[in-house]
Design a protein around this ligand. Structure first.
Ligand SMILES: NC(=O)c1ccc[n+]([C@@H]2O[C@H](COP(=O)([O-])OP(=O)(O)OC[C@H]3O[C@@H](n4cnc5c(N)ncnc54)[C@H](O)[C@@H]3O)[C@@H](O)[C@H]2O)c1
Length: 257
């Protein structure tokens, strides 16, 4: 635990998987949390767990790809929790197991809308208040698929490469405003809805599920959402106060660049 100063954190994609683990960790660190997701039922379950950490909790059913909805969610968060968010973790994301040949243009557009435009929207709306306060922290959940083209992941790779570029550009633009912007690049993380869907799609296309790829991972296990949340918590903490613009792999050694 890092014992953050108190503050409001927005976590997108907080209803499930990695976003859920990050939300729980930030609540344990003492942040008031605003949980944003399209999955309202999932949000309420996570909110109940966050409240048991003794922090204020707000939930917003919001499609991060829709700018007006993000504006509304931000205003409501500030009104309910009493101050503008100083921490933003962009974990909402979607993906498909598909190549240029078997993926559709519509899937491509939707992946870019949620993963790239969704992250843009949340940053665009929440960063002005952070710059006004001269302090803030953004962590974007990218992927090792944002560092190396991978098979059967065309749209997803494109979106995650974009997130790393956005992370670096924002880090440069906002450093003098006291805002750090970093990315985390998870490897093969289990216990998430995206992992279940990817495994189903992979098997349907004759490809191995994640459990059959463990032998490729140097640390010899799949990652957990908690593994990712640990690194996010570190990046937000004062222990990482000299880090910005970084894209940190959390892959069990699978990817080292
Ligand atoms: N699971 C992995 O192996 C893995 C690896 C690398 C990166 N990631 C990234 O981690 C992040 C979280 O993924 P996960 O594996 O926990 O999957 P998940 O499906 O369990 O969680 C994603 C969450 O995002 C929400 N979401 C989807 N579209 C949304 C939208 N338009 N607006 C708001 N919320 C939306 C979903 O409802 C869900 O709760 C994603 O960005 C994903 O790309 C996952």
């Amino acid at each position: 635990m890092y014992g953050y100063k108190k503050g409001v954190a927005v976590v997108t994609g907080a209803a499930n998987g990695i976003g859920r683990a990050i939300a729980l960790r930030l609540a344990d660190e003492g942040c008031a949390v605003s949980l944003w997701d399209v999955d309202g039922a999932g949000l309420e379950a996570v909110a109940a767990q966050c409240r048991s950490a003794g922090v204020a909790v707000d939930t917003r059913v919001v499609d991060v790809g829709a700018l007006p909805a993000v504006r509304e969610a931000a205003a409501a968060t500030t009104a309910v929790l009493g101050e503008a968010p100083r921490i933003l973790v962009n974990a909402a994301g979607i993906g498909q197991v598909a190549s240029i040949l078997d993926g559709s243009p519509e899937e491509f557009d939707e992946t870019m809308r949620v993963n790239v435009r969704g992250t843009y929207n949340c940053c665009h709306v929440l960063l002005p208040a952070m710059t006004a306060q001269r302090g803030g922290n953004v962590v974007n959940i990218a992927s090792w698929f944002g560092k190396s083209g991978r098979p059967m992941s065309l749209a997803y790779c494109a979106s995650k490469f974009a997130l790393i570029g956005m992370t670096q550009s924002m880090a440069l633009d906002l450093a003098r405003d006291g805002i750090r912007v970093n990315a985390v690049c998870p490897g093969t993380i289990t216990d998430t809805r995206m992992r279940e869907a990817a495994d189903r799609q992979a098997v349907a296309k004759g490809l191995p599920p994640a459990t059959e790829r463990v032998h490729m991972i140097p640390l010899a296990r799949l990652g957990t959402p908690g593994d990712v949340a640990n690194v996010v918590a570190f990046l937000i903490s004062e222990q990482a106060s000299y880090m910005t613009g970084q894209s940190i792999n959390v892959t069990g050694g699978l990817w080292m660049n």
